[in-house]
Write a protein that binds this ligand. Sequence first.
Ligand code: PLP
Length: 383
Amino acid sequence: MKHIYLDNNATTRIAPEVLEAMLPYLKDSFANPSSFHSFGNSVEDDIENARKNVARLIGANSEEIIFTSGGTEGDNWALKSAVRINRNRTLVVISSVEHPAVLEAADYLREEGFRVDRIGVFQDGSLKMNDLRKAVGSDTALVSIMTANNESGIIFPLEEISKIAHEAGAYFHTDAVQAIGKVAIDVNRMGIDMLSMSAHKFHGPKGVGAFYLKSGIRLPRFIHGGHHERGFRAGTYNVPGIIGLGEAARLALEYIDVETKETEKLRDMLQDGIIRECPGAYVLGAESPRLPNTVTMLFSGVESESILMLLDMKKIFVSSGSACSTGSKDPSYVLLAMDIPQNDANSAIRFSLSRYTTKEEIEFTIETLKEIIKKLRNISPFT
Ligand code: PLP
């Protein structure tokens, strides 16, 4: 085994089919899709085909899809633009466990004079729905709650949340970056007005994503400078990236059953094996609905940094939190929001699988972890 990659919530490998689909656009099919000649037109057709595949994945129409540079851009767009539609509404409601792209965009809005309400979560990771109901009212411009959390994998009840937002006349945005390709999403059934996604989280290339904007919602332009993307977002198309995103979306739709069943089986095998072989280990948010590929394990009293390092030496790659907080020794804000005791929060390891994860890799990881935790517990002053 070369290495074992169990950090797919940070990023995923590009699917071979995606790479194959992209290559011609890095070589011979280099035309600008906005050009009027037939060379440009043929690339434009391929871009529109990619748009169709992205739309199909979430039950949208292709006219509702706008290509972006990824999840961070989509989240910024939703927050900063939605509050400009109805200026009498000055409140934005988010959760305390959103990705920094939402949290920091909300901080920016606060500096601009808007109010921001952060809804907390219970210890099992579920959203405090009563607090959400109380917070959302006639002053609410936007409710933005992620589809699933990147660290815990916990899935939020979007249908219920969008209903609360709509009853108050607010728009509903969801950061679906971690959920796309892992759980079925239907923007109409779920009452989603805006959605952000990112190709590199589901075996597409980095630096490209899409924003779903329900038809009829008139957001202000986000990037000025041309008429690309129906005037919403100017800039020459990232053609290879968009083609890769389209192919990744097509594959995601094809694989979604495999992903939910096979990946979940391996994920459960991993978490059961760890609980069996590593006394004291437990699953974060075990009782809540979770992404089929994600499990965060807490190894009370054993420092996650040490586990990470020893796993790394065996070429097993995992995360001790979200990729964005790597490098910081502070416990993750998501775990703190879940009221996980600091000693446990410092021991969290996130394992995130993909369609390429194998049973042999999971077996090897459990065996390796068993030895690592035994060794660390023997030298830990806390156990
Ligand atoms: N939202 C969530 C939930 C994420 O996990 C990430 C990436 O880690 C992002 C947004 C940012 O997406 P991108 O890397 O495409 O900017």
